[in-house]
Design a protein around this ligand. Structure first.
Ligand SMILES: Nc1ncnc2c1ncn2[C@@H]1O[C@H](COP(=O)(O)OP(=O)(O)OP(=O)(O)O)[C@@H](O)[C@H]1O
Ligand SMILES: [Mg+2]
Length: 149
């Protein structure tokens, strides 16, 4: 699954997250990459709403990972800010419950190597004005035959 979208505003970013949140399931790993203020947390908020987890989803400034339990009997969302993590080993050290959660890692590029065999990589880039260009690429066995958000 590879797809590129233009996201005109924050509401559309939230809405894209909502659709992703309705699609992902326990065991899925989502890695978000993009510059400061790209919209990674905005997208994650939408994913949380789509999953039906308890908020609020904020930028995890003082914690590296925060778990948001499901309000609808589904998978929890584990929201990781890898900005201050130095290596995949440090991410591994957090002992996250990858199997029964949906894990979303901001600044996760290069941080999940060797941790999971399947990943949904989402790259956000700034476009003209406030638009963002978003590229979604699912790789590994978990993403074979999955439908687009
Ligand atoms: N098209 C857009 N999509 C997403 N956010 C947008 C867009 N246009 C403007 N914004 C604004 O950009 C900001 C994005 O902030 P957000 O915290 O989601 O980014 P981030 O990538 O998580 O930042 P950080 O790198 O600090 O973690 C918000 O203030 C949001 O309103
Ligand atoms: Mg953020």
């Amino acid at each position: 699954m590879t797809r590129r979208l233009t996201v005109p505003d924050p509401e559309a970013m939230h809405d894209l997250g909502l659709r992703i949140g309705r699609m992902v399931r326990a065991g899925d790993l989502v890695v978000l990459t993009g510059p400061l203020g790209a919209g990674k947390t905005t997208l994650t908020r939408g994913i949380g709403e789509g999953l039906g987890v308890r908020g609020p989803i904020t930028s995890p400034t003082f914690v590296l990972a925060r778990t948001h339990p499901s309000l609808v009997g589904g998978a929890p969302l584990v929201h990781v800010d890898a900005y201050r993590l130095g290596s995949p080993a440090e991410l591994d050290d957090l002992d996250l419950d990858f199997e029964s959660s949906v894990v979303v890692v901001e600044w996760g590029a290069g941080m999940v190597d060797g941790i999971a065999d399947s990943v949904l990589e989402i790259r956000i880039d700034r476009g003209p004005d406030d638009t963002r260009s978003v590229e979604l690429a699912g790789s590994g066995p978990r993403w074979v035959g999955r439908t687009d958000p």
